[in-house]
Design a protein around this ligand. Structure first.
Ligand code: DGP
Length: 210
C-alpha cells in the first residue's frame, strides 16, 4: 500500500499574531491524535543562507532589498527536498511563515510590486491550507513592544497587513482567515477545525506548486 502523504499547512500573519505558539500547539495536537506531524519555520536561520538573513534582520549587516528578497526565497528552496521527502513519508508539516510573508514584507517596501516579489517562489510546494491569523495592528501593539529587529515597527506592519489582504484575494490558494484576537485556546480550536477538513481531503491529491 502506498503511503498517504502528509499535508502542508502554513500559518501566516503580521508579527505578534501568535503564529509560533499556534504552530507548536497544532503539531502537538496532531501528534496526540496519532498523526505524524512536524513544525518548520521560515526563515530557517540555521542554514548558511539563513545566517545571512538572520544577521540582516538583526541589523548586523545591510543587504540590497532585491538581494535579501532572493535570499529569503533561496532559504525556502533549499528546504524543498526535505519538505517533499517528509510529505511523501506521510508527515504533515506545519510551517510558521512561507512565501506569502516573503511577498508581503518585500512588497511593503517602496517600489516593489506584488508580481515581481512572487516570481522567485513560483514552483515551491503549494500549501494545502494557509491560515491567516488576523490581528488588527493596534491590537498587536497592545501585546507589547515590538522587538528591535528590522521590520518591527507599527507603520511597516500596517503596510504588510495590506499586502497580505491583497494576496488573500488569490483564489488559487486555500486561504482561511482566523480571528487572532481570541484567546490562545479558542484560536487553537478554530485552527484544528479548519485543519480537519484539509487533512481528510488532501492526502490522495498530488502536492501542488505555487
Ligand atoms: P520570524 O523569525 O518569524 O520573527 O520572522 C523574521 C522576520 O522576517 C519577520 O519580521 C518577517 C520577516 N520575513 C519572513 N519571511 C520573509 C521573507 O521571505 N521576506 C522578507 N522580506 N521578510 C520576511
Amino acid at each position: 500500500m502506498s503511503c498517504r502523504r502528509g499535508a502542508l499547512i502554513v500559518l501566516e500573519g503580521v508579527d505578534k499574531a501568535g503564529k509560533t505558539t499556534q504552530c507548536k500547539k497544532l503539531v502537538h495536537a496532531l501528534q496526540q491524535s496519532g498523526r505524524a506531524a512536524e513544525m518548520m519555520r521560515f526563515p530557517d536561520r540555521t542554514t548558511q543562507i539563513g545566517q545571512l538573513i538572520s544577521s540582516y534582520l538583526e541589523k548586523k549587516s545591510n543587504l540590497e532589498d532585491h538581494t535579501i528578497h532572493l535570499l529569503f526565497s533561496a532559504n525556502r528552496w533549499e528546504l524543498v527536498p526535505l519538505m517533499k521527502k517528509k510529505l511523501e513519508q506521510g508527515i504533515t508539516l506545519v510551517v510558521d511563515r512561507y512565501a506569502f510573508s516573503g511577498v508581503a514584507f518585500t512588497s511593503a517596501k517602496p517600489d516593489f510590486s506584488l508580481e515581481w516579489c512572487k516570481c522567485p517562489d513560483v514552483g515551491l510546494p503549494k500549501p494545502d491550507l494557509v491560515m491567516f491569523l488576523q490581528l488588527n495592528p493596534s491590537v498587536a501593539a497592545e501585546r507589547g513592544e515590538f522587538g528591535t529587529e528590522r521590520y518591527e515597527t507599527s507603520t511597516f506592519q500596517r503596510t504588510v497587513q495590506q499586502r497580505f489582504e491583497q494576496l488573500m484575494k488569490d483564489p488559487s490558494v486555500n486561504w482561511k482567515v482566523i480571528d487572532a484576537t481570541k484567546s490562545i485556546e479558542v484560536v487553537h480550536n478554530d485552527i484544528k477545525v479548519l485543519c480537519e477538513n484539509t487533512l481528510n481531503t488532501c492526502e490522495n491529491l498530488p502536492i501542488g506548486e505555487l
